[in-house]
Design a protein around this ligand. Structure first.
Ligand SMILES: *Cc1c(COP(=O)(O)O)cnc(C)c1O
Length: 472
């Protein structure tokens, strides 16, 4: 494609992008396609001759778009948000255009230095305790894996990296709540601890890890000659938003010499709100902390902020520098590829810079407060309905509920709410997902898409009431 053709199509695409953003709420939120139906419309083999961009873009609109779930639809109440914003999209356009590999300082000094500065800005924005050093990783799962690797090396005095965990002579255990995200167990598998060495500690009625049960589990392991290597606490669990008591967890972990990592993938963004900082009490005692600006801070995926207290330990765990990656003659530089598992790195700090400068912290606070208020509005509306049950309390902008008409058994209620969820999502106006609370099927109500307003939440509530009460 020559440059003039690129210019012409780029202008047309920007118009399409702005139209899409303006009209996204007219698409069905969740894709309405059968498995395999998109692939069936694609050619079986790559073309031998190049095709005009018009034909490619036509297929994007006709084949791809109907198979997309519209995460930026203001009726998106599913999972957690992966919200975005115009300044973030603009930055991504520039990042794609520069197409730089930002693995080392010298492979793009501005990317490295902007990343350092953005991690300092976010640390101030969230009022993190002094002494954390951050880098951007692709996902919370990667940051948690890095933390588990750091913990493994600390517990084996770096013998595991050198000889393998089996030869280090240590048996190591990892602790998290039974509600912890699957990335903790996955990381423990990948890091060589083994899934069986992950202790899933019971939670209390608020879905927070029980400190007494954590202490007891650690003591049992220590008595059996197993070393407690890592404790992962969670602020804002995936199912119902449960909040571990970081202070209590960290004190227990530290008294046994274990590394402490905090997973605040979703809820961490709320720390920009002074009135919510208490959910992170105790963070000054932890070794590692991750949250995802790509969830609830208007920044396109991927952008996960990972903070550690000892960047030297992280680099000692992950850095491996062959001659061809050495930077000669530059003192005091940071090579962020030594802070994460992959070598290659996208220029991800640019979109954060654009977002933070475009909105300012006050602008971002206003949006998050709106989401939290709207979730409370939905929560209060369903609480007031006699045939609806709130099944877990409002936490930030998330609660769970079920429809509970009289006279149905628990099993029948599960099936009823599963049908309700499917019927809601089939309307195309909203998208909700489910979880289980005390074994029962419940629907999660999460507000976090950048442009969700009161009218979207009110329309969703009307739809829920109407659909739930429609016999069938
Ligand atoms: C979303 C989420 C994750 C996973 O985040 P990725 O960035 O997709 O890896 C981990 N933990 C919690 C609590 C989450 O909500």
């Amino acid at each position: 494609m020559d440059n003039e053709t690129f210019r012409r199509h780029a202008h047309a695409l920007v118009d399409w992008m702005a139209d899409y953003m303006a009209g996204v709420e007219h698409y069905p939120v969740r894709a309405r396609v059968a498995p395999g139906s998109i692939a069936a419309q694609m050619a079986d083999a790559p073309p031998e001759q190049g095709e005009p961009f018009e034909a490619i873009f036509e297929d994007f609109r006709e084949i791809v778009l109907p198979g997309m779930t519209h995460w930026q639809h203001p009726g998106f109440f599913a999972y957690f948000p992966a919200n975005s914003s115009p300044p973030s999209v603009l930055a991504e356009m520039l990042t794609a255009t520069l197409a730089a590999q930002c693995m080392l300082w010298q492979t793009s000094p501005a990317a490295t230095e902007l990343e350092g500065r953005m991690m300092e800005w976010l640390s101030q924005a969230l009022a993190l305790p002094q002494g954390f050093h951050g880098s951007i990783q692709a996902s919370a799962s990667e940051a948690t894996l890095s933390a588990l690797l750091m913990a493994r090396e600390r517990a084996t005095d770096y013998a595991s990296n050198a000889q393998g965990l089996a030869m280090s002579g240590e048996r190591l255990a990892v602790y998290c709540s039974e509600d912890a995200h699957s990335s903790v167990e996955k990381g423990a598998r990948v890091a060589g601890y083994g899934a069986q060495m992950v202790r899933k500690i019971p939670v209390d009625e608020t879905r927070a890890i029980r400190p007494d049960a954590l202490e007891a589990a650690i003591r049992r392991d220590v008595a059996a000659g197993i070393k407690p290597a890592c404790v992962v606490a969670c602020i804002g669990g995936t199912g119902t938003g449960g909040m571990d008591d970081v202070w209590a967890v960290a004190q227990i972990a530290r008294s046994h010499g274990a590394f402490v990592h905090v997973d605040a993938a979703w809820a961490g963004s709320a720390l920009i709100l002074p009135e919510w900082r208490h959910i992170a009490d105790g963070l000054e005692l932890v070794d590692s902390f991750v949250f995802n600006p790509h969830k609830w801070l208007l920044t396109n995926f991927d952008c996960s902020a990972h903070y550690v207290r000892e960047p030297e330990a992280l680099q000692r765990t992950l850095s491996l520098v062959p001659e061809y990656l050495r930077t000669h003659g530059a003192e005091g530089i940071t090579d962020y590829s030594n802070w994460s598992v992959p070598l290659g790195r996208r220029f991800r700090a640019l979109k954060l810079w654009f977002v933070l400068r475009s909105y300012g912290l006050e602008g971002l606070r206003a949006i998050l407060r709106r989401h939290i208020d709207l979730a409370a509005r939905a929560h209060d509306a369903l609480s007031a309905e006699p045939d609806f049950e709130i099944t877990s309390p409002l936490r930030l902008a998330l609660f769970t509920f079920r429809h509970r008409p009289e006279g149905l058994s628990d099993e029948a209620l599960d099936a009823h709410n599963e049908r309700l969820l499917a019927a809601l999502n089939d309307t195309g106006q909203v998208y909700f997902t489910q979880t289980r609370v005390n074994g029962r099927y419940v629907i999660r109500f999460q507000v976090g898409q950048t442009n969700t307003e009161a009218r979207h939440v009110d329309a969703a509530l009307d739809l829920i009431r109407k659909t739930a009460r429609t016999p069938g």
